[in-house]
Design a protein around this ligand. Structure first.
Ligand code: C2E
Ligand code: CA
Ligand code: CA
Length: 319
């Protein structure tokens, strides 16, 4: 018990372990540890498992991950990682009001690598900040090129991982790149997922506040996915809440419930002065319903998949 009388004795830590049994003594210990670490990473999101041993079925995934972490620098340098842009529209009239920058890695040797593979691998090996800096730099270059040729532009939202905030000074990264490419700060929005903010971290709170002071909007990504803590809404000030696409999955099957939940989320967000954006909008019916309940922005395949800048420029007459 501390001075204010709070009981801290019940804090629990979860320990997870991975194992690897080498075939023979010749196996390099570093590689053996990597195998064990990989086995452990496969149970990261399993709440019923605490130990996992490497088996040959994990070979493909293991080699892919090794490839990612050993080639990310080259991929950034050689331009194998590109920014795709996905349109965000206003529910009201479906006009383009922004785009989200999403990383695409098309490797000449490995082929297409999905963000679902490389983002978690880069996070685990603490390399994600290299990718995120490269994405932000490309976004700034694209904005600068569009501004200088007088094309119409819209703000770009960029994804940041929690680790970016631990490994680098995100505020300085944004300041440096926006100044270097003469991009107005309000043309960049920072997306952070809810899960990144659940740990009580004063440092992160300060950084986020400083970023907002620069005139950059803060967007809460993936609201409602995973293990949301509504406290996050109390502790941080977000401009926009991005409602996770899980709420629109099987919309028709559970129509009444889906609608009530979405309605409550939008109402709550409005009550605390947050704008809402619904992700994963795929049908007309979903778009109409979201507009009816006052969700202001929409994003999803109905309006456009993530696309290269040339395609965005052609379809939306901007950039
Ligand atoms: P996210 O930020 O939630 O991005 C939305 C994901 O949903 C994207 O997948 C997008 O292609 C997909 N999506 C968009 N509309 C629809 C739809 O109507 N239906 C369906 N089924 N899917 C839709 P993607 O590009 O594969 O990205 C996956 C995740 O990887 C992103 O989720 C984000 O968390 C992460 N990510 C992507 N690029 C970056 C990056 O540059 N930096 C960081 N830190 N994370 C990134
Ligand atoms: Ca996002
Ligand atoms: Ca999202």
């Amino acid at each position: 018990t501390d001075e204010v009388g709070e009981d801290h004795t019940s804090t629990q830590l979860t320990l997870k372990a991975g194992g690897y049994v080498p075939k023979d003594i010749s196996v390099d210990p570093t590689i053996a540890c990597d195998h064990a670490r990989y086995a452990c990473s496969t149970i990261k999101k399993r709440f019923d498992r605490f130990y996992c041993e490497y088996d040959s079925e994990m070979d493909d995934g293991f080699h892919k991950r090794q490839y990612i972490i050993t080639h990310v620098n080259d991929a950034v340098k050689n331009g194998y990682i590109k920014v795709y842009y996905q349109p965000v529209v206003l529910a009201e009239d479906r006009s383009l009001c922004g785009v989200e920058a999403l990383a695409r890695w098309n490797d000449p040797n490995y082929g297409f690598l999905s963000p679902g593979d490389f983002i978690p691998a880069l996070e685990e090996y603490r390399l994600i900040q290299r990718l995120d800096r490269a994405i932000l730099e490309q976004v700034c270059k694209d904005l600068q090129a569009a501004i200088s040729t007088g094309k119409k532009i819209v703000p770009v939202s960029v994804n940041f991982s929690r680790l970016d905030f631990e490994m680098t000074d995100v505020k300085e990264m944004i300041r440096d790149l926006t100044e270097r490419y003469n991009v107005p700060a309000d043309h960049i929005h920072v997306e952070i997922t809810e899960s990144a903010l659940t740990v009580n971290d004063e440092n992160l709170k300060d950084t986020v506040a400083l970023i907002k002071n620069m005139g950059i909007q803060l967007w809460l990504d993936d609201f409602g996915s995973g293990y949301s803590s509504l406290n996050v809404l109390k502790d941080y000030t977000f401009d926009v809440m991005k409602i996770d696409m899980v709420f629109l999955r099987r919309f028709k099957e559970n129509e009444k419930k889906s609608k009530s939940i979405l309605n409550s989320i939008v109402t709550m967000a409005n009550l605390i002065d947050m704008e809402t954006l619904s992700e994963g909008v795929e049908t007309e019916e979903q778009a109409e319903f979201l507009k009816e309940i006052g969700c202001k922005r929409l994003q999803g395949y109905l309006f456009g998949k993530p696309m290269p800048i040339e395609e965005l420029s052609e379809k939306f007459c901007c950039f």
